[in-house]
Ligand binder design. Structure first.
Ligand SMILES: *[C@@H]1O[C@H](CO)[C@@H](O)[C@H](O)[C@H]1NC(C)=O
Ligand SMILES: *[C@@H]1O[C@H](CO)[C@@H](O)[C@H](O)[C@H]1NC(C)=O
Ligand SMILES: *[C@@H]1O[C@H](CO)[C@@H](O)[C@H](O)[C@H]1NC(C)=O
Length: 178
């Protein structure tokens, strides 16, 4: 009996480790591509038409004190460094809305649109932006063109936030590449 249960235990151990390792085989540990880009967002305030890159399209509701329900649509330049005036290498086009009543938390869904000699195509990104955290991971759910069927993680880090302007560093790591 003791021998039997030992053997059973061994088999359980074996099948567990087989499961764990097969789960790990599926994902590459090292990214096959990494891109670091900076998003610059200037919110439309009613007069800055020449410079604004995003606009609020809904008013916040009165549920909590954290803009619950407010949605912003953006078409933001993405640069290789933190300077707003550097030449853009892509545009980030999409939306975010605030979705927590107890803290500032937004949900993003957007495309990075590349149209340069280096890259043509899109990367599509979505997920929760938990702004209280210094670094937030969103999913790269797919891509087109030079990023055909790409998947990975986009890590957000807020570099600057002053009034109607903010800059977010996006560290894009792809684990599935064309
Ligand atoms: C909007 O922003 C511009 C540029 O920052 C500023 O000059 C202007 O006074 C602002 N307008 C309002 C209504 O806040
Ligand atoms: C608008 O952007 C330009 C640079 O593109 C900058 O020189 C100017 O100060 C900005 N104007 C406002 C009102 O922010
Ligand atoms: C992409 O760039 C090319 C060449 O500069 C331009 O002709 C084309 O209109 C651009 N397409 C988009 C969608 O911006």
């Amino acid at each position: 009996m003791l021998k039997f249960s030992c053997t059973l235990f061994f088999f359980i151990l074996l099948s567990r480790s087989a499961l764990i390792s097969s789960r790990h085989v599926y994902y590459q540990k090292q990214p096959c591509k990494e891109l670091v880009l900076y998003l610059h967002d200037v919110i439309f305030n009613g007069t800055n038409i020449a410079n604004a890159t995003s606009a609020r399209v809904t008013n916040p509701t009165k549920l909590g004190d954290y803009f619950f329900g407010m949605m912003v649509v953006f078409d933001d330049p993405m640069t290789r460094d933190t300077n707003l005036l550097s030449p853009p290498v892509a545009r980030a086009q999409g939306l975010y809305f605030y979705d927590m009543k107890s803290t500032t938390n937004a949900w993003f869904a957007y495309s990075l649109v590349f149209n340069s000699s280096e890259y043509k195509g899109t990367l599509n990104i979505m997920g929760a932006d938990m702004m209280d955290e210094p670094r937030r991971d969103l999913s790269v759910v797919g891509g087109t063109g030079d990023f055909f069927m790409a998947r990975g993680i986009a890590t957000f880090e807020t570099i600057a936030a002053q009034g109607k302007y903010f800059c977010v560093k996006m560290d894009l790591k792809l684990y599935e590449c064309p």
